[in-house]
Design a protein. Structure first.
Length: 177
């Protein structure tokens, strides 16, 4: 697919990918990424979905590998455009890594807003609950501002989101025991 994912975390490679992403982002705000053109190549769209799956698995066993994989996804999107599934890579890169790990809370918040908007733009119901949970946990917990997002549902959708949060918490508790 033209994308090489690391088998293990290597700081020099990660630092190079992170620097590349920062150069590609230079002069842009997180919200500007919402307007990137759509990525049309089906092979690269599949690569973004694969990056998301690998990042989620890596987060459970090697969080640093999760960040390394996600920065690859962000660089792919910055170079070729967004996909309906790109929110996860941006979420890990901006909300978790920059906001949660590096303590750049305002940037994490801005990426949280971006990923919420991407999920709504692409009507990605499969990622909606996960993105809302992670953005709430990593993107807004250090700020006094709630995430800005469009109101799209009533009680039924919120109840589904709460079930997803409970399931996620149960899965984390089980994995750590």
């Amino acid at each position: 697919m033209g994308v090489k994912l690391p088998a293990r975390f290597a700081l020099p490679s990660f630092a190079l990918d992170l620097l590349t992403s920062r150069l590609r982002l230079r002069g842009r705000k997180a919200g500007d990424l919402l307007e990137l053109p759509p990525l049309e190549d089906p092979r690269l769209q599949a690569a973004v979905r694969l990056i998301n799956a690998v990042a989620k698995a890596a987060y459970q066993v090697r969080p640093e590998l999760c960040a390394a994989v996600s920065v690859k996804g962000v660089n792919l999107c910055l170079r070729h455009g967004n996909t309906p599934d790109c929110a996860i890579a941006y979420m890990v890169y901006g909300t978790i890594f920059h906001g949660g790990v590096l303590g750049r809370h305002d940037l994490g918040y801005d990426f949280g807003r971006l990923v919420l908007d991407l999920v709504e733009k692409y009507r990605n119901t499969a990622q909606r609950a996960e993105v809302r949970f992670v953005v709430g946990y990593f993107g807004t917990s250090w700020t006094k501002r709630p995430p800005r997002r469009k109101r799209s549902g009533g009680r039924r959708k919120r109840r589904g989101c709460n079930r997803a949060i409970c399931f996620t918490r149960a899965a984390h508790a089980r994995a750590s025991s």
